[in-house]
Write a protein of this length. Structure first.
Length: 56
């Protein structure tokens, strides 16, 4: 069963391949994805605070 119906192996219909994008668009997308990954890592890398809940 094809859940997404595109029939294409790895892309959206009409979407350009990465090498077909202008250099400025590739640079902007790379920068945005880098920032997104770094922001996500900063939020998830912080360990929970200790000592806030004492169940004795």
């Amino acid at each position: 069963m094809d859940l997404f119906g595109s029939g294409l192996p790895n892309g959206a219909i009409g979407a350009p391949a990465w090498p077909e994008l202008p250099a400025e668009a590739r640079a902007a997308l790379t920068s945005l994805m880098t920032q997104l990954i770094l922001d996500h890592a900063a939020m998830t890398a912080t360990p929970p605070a200790k000592g806030g809940d004492h169940d004795l």
